[in-house]
Design a binder for this molecule. Structure first.
Ligand code: NAD
Length: 367
C-alpha cells in the first residue's frame, strides 16, 4: 500500500525549503510594504484541481516561523478539503502578520488585494480568523479573486449556516455507521462551542429531537441555548467525560489529544472545528481503537468552502446546500474506505483526497 504522507511542522528549528518539500507546496509569496505596514505570506499548496482557494488569517504571531508554519499547515488542509468535497479548486491560504484589532486599515487590506491580483487568479482569497467580509470588500476593490463577500455584492454572505448543515449531514452519516440508522431522535449530543456554526447546528439537532448538552465560554449564548433548545449547560472539561452518543467539537482545534481521548465516553465524534486531532496518525488511531466513529474535520466542515466556491460561479444558496448535502455520502464512503484499508478515518480521508488529485493530474498538471 502506498504510504500516506503526514507532516510534522512542530520542530523548534525550521528550514523553509525543507518545510515546503515535506508539505509538497508549489509556491510561497512573501508580501511586504513599508507604507501600509503589510507583512503577509500567501502559500499555494496545490493547484492540480484548480486555483488555490483559502481565507486570509490576521494574527499576531509570536515568531515569523509560527506564521510560516501556520500558513503551510492551513493551505495543505485546504487542498484536501476541496478535493474531498469534489470541487475544482486547489488549496491555498494567506496570513497577515499583525493585530487585527489595531493594525488593520483600508490601505493595508487593499495593498494585500494588489498582491492577490498579481497572482493572476492562481490564488482566491476569503475571510478567516481576524478578517471580515468588510475587509474582503476592500480586497475586492483591487482584485476579482476574492470570495466571501456580502450578499448585497453578489456573494453568499456568512458561510456558517451552510457549514452547520454539512456538519449535521456528517453527524447523521456517522450515526448511520454507528447505529445502522441515521435518526438522531433521542440521541444525546454534546456541542462544544456555540458560535456561528454551533448555534445553527443546535437548530438542526433540536428539530430532530436530539437531547442537547452545550459548553461555551460565553454565558449569554449558553442561556439562550437553554431557552431555545432546552440544552443542558456543562463546562468544557466536563463535556469531554460526558456519557453521550455524539460529541461535536465546534470551537478550537487540537481538542483530541493525549489528555482528552482516554476520558471520552461517546460513540461518535463529529463536529465543525478545524484540526481537531493534535496528531492525525497517533490520535486518529487511538480513537479508532476505542471503537469511536470519527468524522474527519476537513470533510464534515467543508460546507463553508462549498458555499464560497458557489459564489465564484454566481451564488445560488439552494445549489450550495444541495452540494453540501453530499457530505453525508462522502462520510459513509470514507468509513468504508477506512475499514477496507485498515486506516483511521482521518488518514482514509487524506488518501481519498490524494487519489482525486492524483487522478486529475492525468488531465492537467497545475493551474
Ligand atoms: P466562532 O468563533 O463563531 O465560535 C466559536 C465558539 O467557541 C465561540 O462561541 C467561543 O466562545 C467558543 N469557545 C472558544 N473556546 C472554547 C472552549 N475552550 N470551550 C468551549 N467553547 C469555546 O467560530 P465558528 O465560525 O462557529 O467556527 C467554529 C469552528 O468551526 C472553528 O474551529 C472554525 O475554524 C471551524 N469552521 C468554521 C467554518 C464556518 O463557516 N464558520 C467553516 C469551517 C470550519
Amino acid at each position: 500500500m502506498e504510504e500516506i504522507k503526514t507532516v510534522n511542522l512542530s520542530s523548534t528549528t525550521f528550514d523553509l525549503f525543507a518545510g515546503l518539500e515535506s508539505t509538497d507546496h508549489e509556491q510561497i509569496l512573501f508580501c511586504q510594504d513599508n507604507a501600509t505596514g503589510l507583512k503577509a505570506i500567501i502559500a499555494i499548496h496545490n493547484t492540480v484541481l484548480g486555483p488555490g482557494l483559502g481565507g486570509t488569517r490576521m494574527w499576531s504571531y509570536a515568531h515569523e516561523k509560527d506564521a510560516i508554519k501556520d500558513v503551510l499547515r492551513l493551505s495543505r488542509g485546504m487542498t484536501y478539503k476541496a478535493s474531498v468535497a469534489g470541487l475544482n479548486l486547489g488549496g491555498a491560504k494567506a496570513v497577515i502578520i499583525g493585530d487585527h484589532k489595531t493594525q488593520k486599515s483600508e490601505a493595508l487590506m487593499r495593498k494585500f488585494g494588489r498582491f492577490v491580483e498579481n497572482l493572476n487568479g492562481k490564488y482566491i482569497t476569503a475571510e478567516d480568523v481576524g478578517t471580515t467580509t468588510r475587509d474582503m470588500e476592500y480586497v475586492a476593490m483591487e482584485t476579482e479573486n476574492v470570495v466571501g463577500l456580502p450578499e448585497i455584492m453578489g456573494g453568499g454572505g456568512d458561510p456558517s449556516p451552510v457549514t452547520a448543515y454539512g456538519t449535521y449531514m456528517g453527524i447523521k452519516a456517522s450515526a448511520k455507521k454507528a447505529y445502522g440508522n441515521d435518526s438522531l431522535s433521542g440521541k444525546s449530543v454534546a456541542v462544544m462551542g456555540i458560535g456561528k456554526v454551533g448555534w445553527h447546528l443546535l437548530e438542526y439537532l433540536h428539530k430532530e429531537g436530539a437531547k442537547l448538552y452545550v459548553a461555551d465560554l460565553n454565558q449569554d449564548i449558553l442561556q439562550q441555548a437553554t431557552k431555545e433548545f432546552g440544552a443542558i449547560v456543562v463546562s468544557s472539561e466536563d463535556m469531554i467525560t460526558l456519557d453521550v452518543d455524539i460529541f461535536a467539537p465546534c470551537a478550537l482545534g487540537g481538542i483530541l489529544n493525549d489528555h482528552t481521548i482516554p476520558q471520552l465516553k461517546c460513540q461518535i465524534i463529529a463536529g465543525a472545528a478545524n484540526n481537531q486531532l493534535e496528531d492525525e496518525t497517533i490520535h486518529g488511531n487511538q480513537i479508532k481503537d476505542m471503537g469511536i466513529v470519527y468524522a474527519p474535520d476537513f470533510v464534515i466542515n467543508s460546507g463553508g468552502l462549498i458555499n464560497v466556491y458557489s459564489e465564484h460561479n454566481g451564488y445560488v444558496r439552494e445549489i450550495a446546500m444541495s452540494q453540501t448535502e453530499k457530505i453525508y455520502d462522502t462520510i459513509l464512503q470514507i468509513n468504508h474506505m477506512a475499514e477496507d484499508l485498515g486506516l483511521n478515518n482521518q488518514l482514509a480521508a487524506i488518501k481519498h483526497a490524494e487519489k482525486r488529485i492524483h487522478d486529475m493530474r492525468l488531465v492537467h498538471s497545475t493551474y
